[in-house]
Design a protein around this ligand. Structure first.
Ligand SMILES: *[C@@H]1O[C@H](CO)[C@@H](O)[C@H](O)[C@H]1NC(C)=O
Length: 118
């Protein structure tokens, strides 16, 4: 009987562990706390400039660079999974995301104290 119980416990642990791995793969946004690294104001600005129209202000660019490229693309991909944005062309959105990112890296250089960049 003891070996039966051990088997059951092992099975439950295995299921829990594989669930955790799946959750990590399914939602890198949550796994990396991407949603907690920017103000809502800037998330809205970046979102609008990629999926609609508009510009990202310098302040929000600095936040975006702080967020990091991984989270930037993870958030874009997550948004593309939303039924509201399923119709958007993934390659268009990703290239717009890259444009915003590149623009923001330039803004970030502007504010850096080193004048030798130019
Ligand atoms: C994304 O899709 C929406 C709704 O179909 C559309 O209004 C918007 O212009 C699209 N955005 C881009 C960047 O293609």
């Amino acid at each position: 009987m003891a070996s039966f119980n051990v088997y059951v416990v092992f099975g439950v642990l295995t299921i829990m562990a594989s669930g955790a791995v799946m959750a990590y793969e399914v939602d890198p946004v949550k796994a990396n706390n991407c949603e907690t690294k920017m103000t809502l104001h800037c998330v809205t600005e970046v979102f609008a400039s990629i999926f609609k129209t508009g510009i990202v202000t310098d302040n929000c660019c600095i936040e975006l660079i702080g967020l990091g490229q991984f989270c930037h693309y993870a958030l874009i991909k997550k948004t593309l999974q939303n039924p509201l944005f399923r119709n958007n062309d993934t390659s268009v959105i990703l290239s717009r995301g890259a444009q915003v990112w590149n623009k923001c890296t330039l803004v970030n250089k502007d504010v850096s104290p080193s004048p030798s960049a130019y």
